[in-house]
Ligand binder design. Structure first.
Ligand SMILES: O=C(O)c1ccccc1N[C@@H]1O[C@H](COP(=O)(O)O)[C@@H](O)[C@H]1O
Length: 208
């Protein structure tokens, strides 16, 4: 099966359009004001409206108020929600939208149990645990913590970059790979060369 790719944390139209033309499956928009990659509704709309067809738009929230999520959904055509905080399964299921639940990985996290609890999730996104940082930290976690089999598609995130993405594909075999920091020149600013290298290496892995 082909490994999918999502690039997250766009703040500029041209970066997202470039990623779409590179062939990414999904682009992520961060609606989390403490993040340097946070976008407001107008920025998000400008990005989404510029995308070519068949690029999924993922809206990322962290323990956000229901009213705010509904406001964003009423204005921005988002295909899938990414919950990156401590949202309960019930909270994730309020919006009648596909969602992925992010899990911050560290020793003792029980993926099988979480796949069961978040039975409505389209997938589990595994990111590095970092005290005080909810995500987008650029840190990797110990991939040996990921079980061989999981009831949900696994989206691997956390510190991915062109230099380690091939190894990630081979040793984890995830459904999809998700990157933010590893393809940036500075926070929120995507680097065209790094994005192209990241996607090229995944394409090569998919062909081999
Ligand atoms: O990108 C952010 O700023 C962010 C903020 C809060 C929660 C999640 C965030 N991003 C997600 O974090 C992972 C890993 O990112 P990185 O590649 O290690 O920088 C990824 O899923 C981003 O979507």
């Amino acid at each position: 099966m082909r490994t999918r790719v999502k690039i997250c944390g766009f703040t500029r139209v041209n970066d997202a359009v470039r990623a779409a033309h590179l062939g990414v499956d999904a682009i992520g928009l961060v609606f989390y004001p403490p993040s340097p990659r946070n976008v407001d509704i107008d920025q998000a709309l400008a990005i989404v409206e510029a995308l070519p067809p068949f690029t999924s738009v993922i809206g990322l929230f962290v323990d956000e108020q229901e009213a705010r999520i509904r406001e964003v959904l009423s204005r921005v055509p988002i295909d899938c929600l990414q919950f990156h905080g401590d949202e309960t399964p019930d909270a994730c299921e309020l919006y009648n939208k596909p969602y992925i639940k992010a899990i911050r990985m560290r020793e003792g996290v029980d993926i099988a149990d979480l796949a069961n609890r978040y039975s409505g999730a389209a997938g589990l996104l595994l990111d590095a645990y970092h005290p005080g940082v909810k995500g987008g930290s650029g840190n990797r976690f110990d991939w040996d913590l990921i079980p061989q089999d999981c009831a949900k598609p696994i989206i691997l995130a956390g510190g991915l970059e062109p230099g380690n993405v091939r190894q990630a594909m081979e040793s984890v075999g995830p459904y999809a790979l998700d990157v933010s920091s590893g393809v940036e020149s500075e926070k929120g600013i995507k680097d065209a060369g790094k994005m192209a290298a990241f996607v090229r290496i995944i394409n090569e892995g998919n062909r081999s």
